[in-house]
Design a protein around this ligand. Sequence first.
Ligand code: CDP
Length: 213
Amino acid sequence: MVAIDGPAASGKSSVASRVAARLGFLYVNTGAMYRAAAWAVVDGGIDPADGAAVVAAAGAVGIGFEEGRSFVRCGERRLEAELVLEAVNGMVSRVAANPGVRERLVAMQREAARGRDVVMEGRDIGSAVFPETPYKLYIDASEEVRQRRRAGQGIVDSIAARDRQDSARKASPLVIPLDAVVIDSSEMTLDAVVAAALGSLADLGLAGARGVL
Ligand code: CDP
């Protein structure tokens, strides 16, 4: 189990999916799961202040696997473009702060990793979901760089506001695990970050990481 955490738009999805492909591990993006729950709340017209209704809506979220990656569903509907809607960006941190939502999605994350080699990406993977794994990376970047990267994707996203909410919440806030290797990607190309991530995993003793460097 390789845990990759970091703040909004730090580039962790790009890094995590490439690291997983190089290692031949399954890639799981847990942000997509929280985004699917937020989409269910938005789509259902649910009042985000109604915690029980939010947990019930998140109950429809599921994951599937295909070609080394996971994807998210809400009921039978597979979600992709919906996950980066502005309304979802604005709702997701609030939904993710709900302990009942987290309990359900964390159970799915642990189940997804049972008996599989996985690279899992999120906010609390190294700190709360798999604290026992020795393979923890934290991908950071300056706020300015992160704003620029997200704007470059043509996506409206208040990343500073999400970071504040994600760091301040009671349930599994965004923290840097003490034993994580921190990579500041602000001045690095994607290829350089992937190489640094694989190098760090090799240094941490992950069998197979050195061979794919
Ligand atoms: O892509 P980006 O880094 O902007 O965000 P994401 O990884 O898709 O995560 C979206 C939101 O889901 C975060 O802002 C958190 O509120 C929440 N999240 C979480 O609480 N725990 C996780 N393990 C992953 C995401």
